[in-house]
Ligand binder design. Structure first.
Ligand code: NAD
Length: 484
């Protein structure tokens, strides 16, 4: 008797049309993928940095050649414009290249100073692969976001089992298939498709680490599931990022950044701008420019639909609540059946949902502040701590340091995500751990410390043959070194 595999559909959110049907991997299928990945991980690790970099280089070239094909898949499943899909693919390619090129330098053996007491030793540290890494991804940037874990985990010498979002399974499948074409020898990078339960099965499968990107609520469930087996987790969750506009800022550039940061990808960006705090001296000018620019952004062409239908209710609730509590929508404010008009809200109380909760739609709240101290205090008054933006000619770096977030763009927006050498991640409800950069590579390695004796020390401490005289000398030495 053959059992029928359960399936689910992925749909085009702009039309509701089914664009693909995918298997739901149950616990057995997930376990089988992880079991297949174990020998693949050993083989991949045995290739060394150079062998892996060469293969990742070939994959990167294939992704580049076929980027438009992948962008079509992203467009079909998320509804985002083809050009925006290209943008995230280009960034993912650049990150893959960086991870492959820098893995040896970051993770390979490094000498450490042994210190005076252990001067007869050579001390080294190197990052060894973890084994099989499970990656669980979201739908909003279905290439760029998971690739921040996948490419870095692969470059660090791990095999990967990836559970893409149920909204973008074909994107995940495409990525794994394209990798298998370049690396056909072993299943180094596999995909398991399904709903939340498939992700939960991956957490319970005995992988060496789970790298999760998604909402804080799911992040908590994943951490609880992983606690059962002490499986370490990396959590990249949501945000409520603020943009600060100082009195001396380039107002036109700041308004442009607010509009793009708030409305691109229909606001479905973890590091999208959701709140704006503007110095009172430039508030009126800024608001006028933002509203003018927001009116030019056209849903359907420049921004796509809301990918997840349930999100429409959240966006509507945030706008309605803001307006009911004295706020005004200077433009937009309408939530359609699939699309949301870019919406600029002013005079919204700071405790309204539109200011406190992640909206994940094309909305901005704009508030006037006395000075930048008030802007910092309000921006930091959030349970999230992901990204942020500062527009200021004279105080950009100072204000950036004072924002309680993992990343800040000064006089531009979301720029940190495009710099492969910079770590990406947050704190609080935004999660913990980092993807991208050297820190992102180290997330997927296990530090291995080795102390090698080079010659016998005059004072040997680790022996029962140690004499009272040796103890006396060591005591003298430590007093000399640290006693004053
Ligand atoms: P989500 O939390 O609903 O789902 C994310 C993934 O988790 C999906 O693959 C889903 O199937 C899986 N999942 C659901 N329940 C699970 C469970 N119990 N066990 C294991 N896996 C489970 O998030 P989403 O709606 O896909 O993504 C949007 C969220 O992601 C937003 O909050 C956004 O801010 C955040 N995000 C964060 C970053 C970042 O880097 N910090 C990047 C992109 C998106």
């Amino acid at each position: 008797m053959t059992t029928v595999q359960a399936t689910f559909d992925s749909v085009d959110p702009a039309t509701g049309e089914v664009v693909g049907t995918h298997p739901i991997a149950g616990p057995e299928e997930v376990q089988a993928a992880v079991d297949r990945a174990r020998p693949a991980a050993d083989w991949w690790a045995s290739l060394g940095f150079a062998g892996r970099a060469e293969r990742l280089g070939r994959w990167k070239a294939a992704l580049t050649r076929r980027a438009h094909e992948l962008a079509d898949v992203v467009h079909a499943e998320t509804g985002k414009p083809h050009a925006d899909a290209m943008l995230e693919i280009i960034l993912a390619i650049d990150h893959t290249a960086w991870a492959a090129k820098h893995a040896r330098k970051v993770l390979g053996p490094h000498r450490r100073s042994p210190g005076l007491l252990m001067a007869n030793h050579a001390a080294t540290v190197e990052y060894q692969p973890l084994g099989v890494v499970g990656v669980i991804g979201p739908w909003n940037y279905p290439v760029f976001t998971p690739m921040g874990s996948i490419a870095y985990a692969l470059a660090a010498g791990n095999a990967v089992v990836f559970k893409p979002s149920e909204y973008t399974p074909a994107v995940g499948r495409w990525l794994a298939d394209s990798f298998a074409e370049v690396v056909p020898e072993q299943p180094v990078f596999q995909v398991v498709t399904g709903l939340g339960a498939t992700g939960a099965a991956l957490c319970a499968s005995g992988v060496a680490k789970i790298a999760f990107t998604g909402s804080p609520g799911t992040g908590k469930k994943i951490m609880a599931a992983c606690a059962e087996t002490l499986t370490p987790v990396l959590i990249e969750a949501g945000g409520k990022d603020a943009l600060l506009v100082d009195a001396d800022a380039d107002i036109d550039a700041a308004a442009d950044a607010a509009v793009w940061g708030g409305f691109s990808n229909a606001g479905q960006t973890c590091v999208g701008v959701e709140r704006v705090y503007v110095h009172e001296r430039v508030y009126d000018e800024f608001v006028a420019k933002v509203v003018e620019k927001a009116r030019e952004v056209k849903p359907g062409t420049q921004i796509g639909p809301i990918t997840m239908p349930a999100q429409l209710d959240i966006i509507r609730r945030h706008i309605d609540d803001a307006v009911a509590r004295g706020g005004k929508a200077l433009t937009g404010g309408t939530v359609g059946a699939r699309f949301v008009e870019p919406t600029v809200l002013v005079d919204v109380p700071e405790d309204a949902a539109a200011v406190r909760e992640e909206t994940f739609g094309p909305t901005l709240t704009v508030a006037k502040v006395r000075d930048m101290d008030e802007a910092i205090a309000k921006a930091n008054d959030t349970t999230y701590g992901l990204g942020g933006t500062v527009f200021s000619k004279s105080r950009g770096m100072e204000l950036a340091r004072r924002l309680r977030s993992g990343m800040v763009a000064v006089n531009s927006v979301i720029s940190f995500a495009g710099v492969p050498s910079l770590p990406f991640g947050g704190s609080g409800d935004s999660g913990f751990g980092r993807i991208h950069g050297p820190e992102g590579l180290r997330e997927f390695g296990r530090p291995k410390a080795i102390a090698r004796q080079r010659f016998r020390a005059p004072l040997v401490l680790t022996t029962f043959a140690r004499t009272a005289k040796v103890d006396e000398r060591v005591e003298k030495l430590i007093k000399l070194l640290h006693g004053r």
